[in-house]
Design a protein. Structure first.
Length: 214
């Protein structure tokens, strides 16, 4: 399989994805220009995991923001095959993902390598709605033998949004869209759609003079 990144913007990359590794050709990218907005979906259950199962990432959504003019310039959807859990009916109802969908996904380590190499995860600042996504990556990389795909520069957009709009505490992403007068694009709890919507919130924050990188 070969995956090609969109390249109308300087600094994006081309990668050929092999069965075990990525071979990437990087174009020079100004530090800080692009931000990766990341949203993950994980196996979940209505009443907690069954014995011997634990929550694992099954989808990684990424929206790339160009901070030169605060535009959403790329979106990715990466399906991930879980090793220690199955997709429950509750999880399918919430995310739309089935076991058959994720069975065709990448191994978690391969997905992390794709984010790290093709989306320059360790070079770019990354952001998510709250801390869940960061903590899930940290936990699963620590227990699953995968290399953590990000650097140390993480931004909590949920917190930044609450501060910018004078809210006493953070709200959910869908509520934030309503508060900002933005439409929900796609399906909530689908990784790439959620990342794209968080990206819209990030763009709106910049428009009102509250850029997340400021």
């Amino acid at each position: 399989m070969r995956v090609a990144a969109l390249q109308p913007w300087p600094g994006l990359t081309w990668c050929g994805v092999g069965s075990l590794s990525l071979q990437c050709q990087f174009v020079e990218e100004p530090f800080g220009r692009f931000v990766n907005i990341v949203d993950v979906e994980a196996t979940c259950w209505a009443d907690g995991p069954p014995a011997s199962e634990s929550s694992e990432i099954i989808e990684i959504g990424v929206c790339v923001i160009d901070t030169d003019d605060w535009r959403r310039v790329e979106r990715r959807r990466i399906l991930v095959r879980p090793r220690r859990s199955l997709v429950s009916p509750f999880c399918t109802e919430l995310t739309g993902l089935t076991q058959a969908d994720v069975d065709g996904g990448l191994e978690f380590a391969q997905a992390c390598a794709l984010v790290r190499d093709e989306l320059r995860g360790r070079f770019r600042t990354w952001a998510s709605w709250g801390e869940y996504d960061r903590r899930q990556f940290e936990r699963q990389c620590a227990t699953g033998g995968a290399s953590y795909p990000f650097g140390s520069r993480h931004i909590n957009v949920k917190q930044r949004f609450a501060t910018a709009f004078g809210l006493r505490r953070g709200v959910g992403m869908s509520q934030a869209l309503v508060h900002a007068g933005l439409p929900l694009e796609g399906r909530h709890h689908r990784g790439d759609d959620d990342a794209w919507n968080i990206g819209a919130i990030v763009v709106e924050l910049a428009r009102v003079g509250q850029p997340i990188t400021g």
